[in-house]
Write a protein that binds this ligand. Structure first.
Ligand code: IPM
Ligand code: MG
Length: 357
């Protein structure tokens, strides 16, 4: 198979972790007889510095011409004072929207080898947890009308949330389908006791639930969901929610695994092209020091092979290589815990995984 992959390295540790994942992809392609071609593109602060735009048109065109996209991370203090539409984060929203990627899959699984890293007590973690957040990614308040206006107390800023039945239905369907492939349990998170968009969300989800009688469906308010995630995370299989609620809850879910440097994500639309990225950010404090944990990006590359190319054997191979390296006790600094050995650098960890392949 021929794999044409756009590489968006971005800012901070982005370049290091994307190069690591690209090396792992290259090795996997060699082993399984695929030909792989990478197209590097600028995004985020790095793109702004070079072109004056965080998401140059050339980057969008190259991504559209590729089969799939691997992204590192964007942003950093250097660009924090730029106006909203020039900020690196805007590029992330822009590329998701330009590629029509409305479904964001964010798995949060307690990795048994790293169990002690979870901030939750043993009696809460129990036998572990394995949940998937399905976040709506191209609508809601992050994309709504915004601006400044004269309000009751003078000048005010505003943002608005809008959701159409079409947008809710397509993300709902993606979530029900994901649940069908897992433990067949779906919890839809909203704030239907306050928000009109949430009431439409809930009504639309209920109609969809009729089409999936095998899936155990429930609703939960977002404030309660935030609490339930730390009280008893194993009650969840798949959670589906809006853009902003999903943004917030997915950070919480990743933190309770204790190893945010391990968590991958996929953003998908109607076709097979997706955007794959680690859940963590650009970590400017350790950028360029070869200290970053490349595993989340490597596992994102595995997700790409599985979801965009249907190459599940290849994805399994990467995932088990990562497991073996962890089982052998190798750790980067972020997951070192109370291990007596010295942490591996980003490139050493990458090499261990490649050797395992
Ligand atoms: C994320 C990030 C982004 C988002 C920001 C950087 C725009 O927080 O991927 O969760 O809100 O989607
Ligand atoms: Mg976020």
């Amino acid at each position: 198979m021929e794999l044409n992959i756009a590489l968006l390295r971005g800012d901070g540790i982005g370049p290091e972790i994307v190069d690591s994942a690209a090396a792992v992809l290259k090795k996997t392609a060699e082993r399984f007889g695929h030909s792989i071609h990478f197209t590097p593109c600028l995004i985020g602060g790095a793109a702004y510095d070079e072109t004056g735009e965080p998401l140059p048109k050339e980057t969008v065109d190259k991504c559209l011409a590729s089969d799939s996209v691997l992204l590192g991370a964007v942003g950093g203090p250097k660009w924090d004072d730029l106006p909203g539409d020039k900020r690196p984060e805007k590029a992330l929203l822009g590329i998701r929207s330009a590629l029509g990627l409305y479904t964001n899959l964010r798995p949060a699984k307690l990795c048994t080898a790293l169990r002690s890293a979870s901030p939750l007590k043993d009696n809460i973690v129990g036998d572990g947890f394995d949940l998937l957040i399905v976040r709506e990614l191209t609508g809601g308040i992050y994309f709504g009308d915004r601006g400044y206006r004269e309000g009751r107390y003078g000048q005010e800023a505003y943002d608005t949330e809008a959701y159409s039945v079409t947008e809710i239905e397509r993300i709902g369907r993606a979530a029900f389908e994901a649940a069908m492939k897992r433990r067949k349990c779906l919890c839809s998170v909203d704030k239907a006791n306050v928000l009109e968009t949430s009431r439409l969300w809930r009504k639309t989800m209920h109609a969809l639930a009729e089409e999936y009688p095998e899936v155990g469906y429930s609703d939960m308010f977002v404030d309660n969901a935030a609490m339930q995630l730390v009280r008893d995370p194993s009650q969840f299989d798949v959670i589906v929610t809006s853009n902003m609620f999903g943004d917030i809850l997915s950070d919480e879910a990743s933190q309770i695994t204790g190893s945010i440097g391990m968590l991958a994500s996929a953003s998908l639309g109607d076709g097979t092209r997706g955007l794959y990225e680690p859940i963590h950010g650009s970590a400017p404090d350790i950028a360029g020091q070869n200290k970053a944990n490349p595993i989340a990006t490597i596992l994102s590359a595995a997700m790409m092979l599985r979801y965009s190319f249907g190459l599940s054997k290849e994805a399994d191979a990467i995932e088990s290589a990562v497991d073996s390296v962890l089982d052998a006790g190798y750790r980067t600094a972020d997951i070192i815990g109370d291990s007596p050995s010295a942490p591996l650098t980003c490139s050493e960890m990458t090499e261990k995984i490649i050797n395992e392949l």
